[in-house]
Design a protein around this ligand. Structure first.
Ligand SMILES: [Zn+2]
Length: 247
């Protein structure tokens, strides 16, 4: 796919209920017109080369309420994203709980979770207080926790799910929580360590069930459901809150 640079992208504005909707128009060899809302809230119309501006205007106007609703949902979703400073006081999620970062000087790097009165702390010992280094140390720590924790969960659930996995790899790919290759290679996003345990279990079971069913067919979902009867709730949580598991 070739991406158009912003300045080459044609756009059009329409007004609806006192709100301005900007529509990006992409004409190509496709035969029919379609409208979609991008994750950042932008509306995009794709259609045939000969699609007229008047057609686009009418097409969009008819769906304006839907666009505004989707746009509000996109803004709400984006607002769940956490902003990290990587300085003492910054708040991090770990297994669904909030921990306050506390950076301390030490002769060697290490990290641990602690509890002081009612506050949960993420203690970080470091040689240098440089932000980039602290960010790296935190990310490496999460990855290491994931290697231990998620591997343990895979081993547990593998006993009740048919198929055999070959390997477990931790990665950090945007928009992907896990995957299962045809050779049985499982990968998990280590940012899952920020999610509540039941959400991590859902991703583990989701991928393990792909060992036998390499698709999302009804029989695949029945296999998931036989292990986690409430999987739909967990799946929905991840869809709605996945963006908050950012570092
Ligand atoms: Zn899947």
């Amino acid at each position: 796919m070739i991406r158009l640079r912003a300045k080459e992208m044609e756009n059009m504005q329409i007004q609806h209920n006192n709100e301005i909707i900007t529509i990006y128009i992409i004409r190509s060899r496709r035969k029919t017109a379609c409208l979609r809302i991008l994750p950042d809230g932008r509306a995009e119309v794709r259609g045939p080369k000969l699609m007229s501006d008047a057609f686009v205007r009418e097409f969009v106007q008819a769906k304006a309420d839907w666009i505004l609703k989707k746009r509000r949902e996109a803004a709400e979703y984006q607002s769940k994203k956490r902003i990290h400073t990587y300085q003492s006081g910054d708040v991090f999620l770990y297994l669904g709980m909030e921990y306050v970062l506390s950076i301390k000087a030490a002769g060697r790097k290490r990290m641990e979770l602690a509890k002081k009165e009612e506050e949960r702390l993420l203690l970080l010992y470091t040689v240098s207080f440089e932000t980039k280094g602290i960010e790296k140390q935190i990310k490496e720590w999460y990855k290491k926790q994931a290697e231990e924790y998620i591997t343990k969960q895979v081993e547990y659930y593998a006993q009740m799910i048919p198929g055999k996995y070959e390997s477990i790899t931790m990665e950090n790919r945007k928009g992907r929580w896990g995957s299962c290759s045809s050779k049985g290679g499982l990968t998990f996003n280590w940012r899952l360590m920020m999610a509540p345990p039941e959400i991590i279990d859902y991703v583990v079971v989701h991928e393990l069930c792909h060992l036998e069913h390499m698709d999302h067919s009804p029989s695949y979902w029945r296999a998931v459901e036989s292990v986690l009867p409430d999987y739909k709730l967990r799946k929905e949580w991840l869809k709605e809150n996945g963006i908050s598991l950012n570092l």
